[in-house]
Structure formats: C-alpha cells, structure tokens
Ligand binder design. Structure first.
Ligand SMILES: NC(=O)c1ccc[n+]([C@@H]2O[C@H](COP(=O)([O-])OP(=O)(O)OC[C@H]3O[C@@H](n4cnc5c(N)ncnc54)[C@H](OP(=O)(O)O)[C@@H]3O)[C@@H](O)[C@H]2O)c1
Length: 306
C-alpha cells in the first residue's frame, strides 16, 4: 500500500523536498503503526535536510519530521500498552512528515485530552527537550532562578512554562516583539536581546538555558552563581570558562521518554502548560513551512497536516 510523504533523495535547500508516494510501512511485532493526523516543523528538520543528516549517519532517501500526533492504526503482536484507535503523540527524529509512521512503544505518550491533534503535535519535541535540559541535565529546583534564552521559541517557551510549573523564578530573553508572548508563558522578567546585553542586567543565576549558542552561550557563564549550570541545546561547555567562573556547562541531546511525556500530558490537562500553534499547512506545503521556520517568520509552531 502507498502513502503520501515528504522525502529527500539528496541533501540541500528546500527544493530537495519531494511530496511523493512511498510504501506504507508495516509494523514488526514490537512496533506500532500510527496514522499521523498532524506533524510539527522543527529546526532539526531543515538542519537534517541541509546536510546534518550526514553527521547523524542517516541514509538517503529519508522522510523528514521529528514529532507527531495521531491514532494507533496497528499494534504489533508484542505490544501491550497500546491498541487500535488510541490517541497518541511522540517525538522521534525523522519519518513524521507522512500519512503513517512506525514507532516503538517507548516513543509514545498519551495525547492530552484537551488538545486537538494539531495542538498535540506541537508539544513533544519542545516539551521533552526543555524538560530534559532544565531538570535532567541542569537539575533546576523549585525556588531557583533560571535565565531562558530563546524564550519565544518552541523549546524556550516550554522551558519557561515547565520552570514556572516547578516553582522557579524565570527570566526570559527574546526579541522585543515577542515580549507579550514570553510574559504570557509565565516569565517573571523579560529581556529584549536586541536592545539589552543580558549580562548587564542579570546575575546570580542558578541555571541558564541556551538554545542559541555562539556569543550568547559564551556570555552566559558570567551571569551564573558559583556552582550554577549552563545547559545548551547546541554548544558544548568550555573547560576554560567553567574553571574561570566555577560553574558547569554541557550540551544535551533530547531523547524519547514516555514517562516524561505522560507527565507533560498531565501538566497540559491541568492547564499548567499551554501550546502555541501559529500556522497550519497541508503536508504538500512542507517546502514553504520549512522556509518560514528557518527564517523565524512565526512565533509558535508550524503544523503540517497529511
Ligand atoms: N539538542 C537537542 O536535543 C535539541 C532539541 C530541540 C531543538 N534543538 C535546537 O535548539 C534550537 C532552538 O530550537 P527551537 O525549536 O526552539 O527554535 P525556534 O522555535 O526557531 O526558536 C528560536 C529562538 O531563538 C531565539 N533567537 C534567535 N536568534 C537569537 C540570538 N541571536 N540571540 C538570542 N536569541 C535568539 C528566537 O528569538 P526571537 O524569535 O524572539 O528573536 C527564538 O526564541 C535549534 O537550533 C534546534 O535545532 C536542539
């Protein structure tokens, strides 16, 4: 049986994206076939497309798309926790820009009841990455102070909300035009990185969350208190700066985690975490969607509907 998907046969700009017919995958005993109702666009999609797929050791052709929401179409014979028609969502790394996707049991969470599929698809990558960065890697605790760079972004806006839900004091940094959005996410203070050098206005921070890298990353060491933690999504720690400021710094890579995803589902159902869908587009317009994502022409997620 065939299905529609966005596949690349070579690395390159958005013009390598093909909306095409491919074989619909068959689940093995320990796999689940999910009917994708919505898939989100994430920066990792166009990074893989641009050539990062090579560094990740990926093989061509490949279908892009890192997270999704949908219904279980078929559960392999060894699957115990899910059955046909269950409403699910999850984060993998590729394959989600398609009508169907194959996943393992430990890559799925229960879709929040109060979200539709489009809203649900906007959650897994951002929320799981933020959760693992600020809690698992940096060890953020209630009552601590966190500086969230990129607080208007997909992962940053989740970091703001999860940190607030934990009882932390949150300073969010983003473009001035996104101030209201970041405050709505729950930030106690806001810094416009385009007009203010954050290191001039904050100090004694327990955790800095960095989805930006480069100069933003380097300047972040000095705002930490001794023993503080700089967690980055994109840049490793500098031994020299860690020593100089007596702090820790690490890059992290997110991974699927059903227990954490279900905890996030509960936070969403309790109204403690909200989602931000900016644009809904048909799967056939993945090209236009990736350009919007790369050029940061949206605040909130772009969702593709197969
Ligand atoms: N390691 C991992 O496992 C992992 C997982 C997920 C994502 N990532 C990476 O993390 C990054 C962020 O992902 P995302 O989905 O959150 O992206 P996104 O939604 O596009 O958000 C990007 C954020 O960065 C801010 N920003 C852009 N340029 C900046 C600058 N020069 N200084 C300060 N802030 C700046 C933007 O602020 P304004 O728009 O307000 O200017 C926005 O808040 C991407 O590179 C992505 O590939 C890594």
């Amino acid at each position: 049986m065939k299905m529609k998907a966005i596949q690349i046969d070579e690395y390159g700009d958005e013009n390598v994206l093909n909306y095409t017919d491919v074989e619909r995958p068959e689940p093995k005993a320990d796999e689940i076939l999910v009917k994708v109702k919505a898939a989100a666009v994430n920066p990792v999609d166009w990074k893989i497309r641009d050539g990062k797929g090579k560094d990740f050791g990926m093989k061509l052709p490949l279908i892009l798309g890192a997270d999704f929401a949908g219904t279980v179409e078929e559960a392999g014979s060894a699957i115990e926790k899910f059955k046909k028609e269950d409403e699910v969502y999850g984060k993998i790394l590729t394959d989600c820009y398609a009508e169907y996707v194959i996943v393992k049991e430990n890559e799925l969470g229960r879709k929040p009841k109060n979200l539709d599929f489009k809203e649900a698809a906007s959650i897994p990558m951002g929320a799981l990455t933020a959760y693992q960065a600020i809690f698992d890697t940096a060890g953020l605790k209630s009552g601590q102070k966190i500086l969230v760079h990129g607080a208007s972004g997909s992962v940053g806006s989740m970091a703001v909300q999860l940190a607030k839900a934990k009882g932390a004091y949150v300073i969010g940094s983003a473009s001035g035009s996104n101030k209201d959005f970041v405050k709505k996410m729950g930030a106690d203070e806001f810094i416009d990185y385009k007009t203010t050098d954050f290191e001039e206005v904050v100090k004694n921070i327990d955790v800095v969350f960095d989805p930006v890298g480069g100069d933003t990353n380097k300047r972040s060491y000095q705002v930490l208190k001794e023993g503080g933690f700089l967690v980055s999504l994109v840049q490793g720690g500098s031994e020299e700066l860690m020593k100089k400021y007596n702090v820790q710094a690490k890059v992290m890579a997110s991974h699927p985690d059903p227990k954490q995803l279900n905890e996030i589902t509960e936070l969403i159902e309790a109204g403690k975490v909200v989602t931000n869908v900016d644009k809904i587009m048909p799967l056939s317009q993945a090209k236009e969607a990736q350009v919007l994502s790369k050029e940061r022409k949206v605040t909130g997620k772009i969702i593709l509907e197969p």
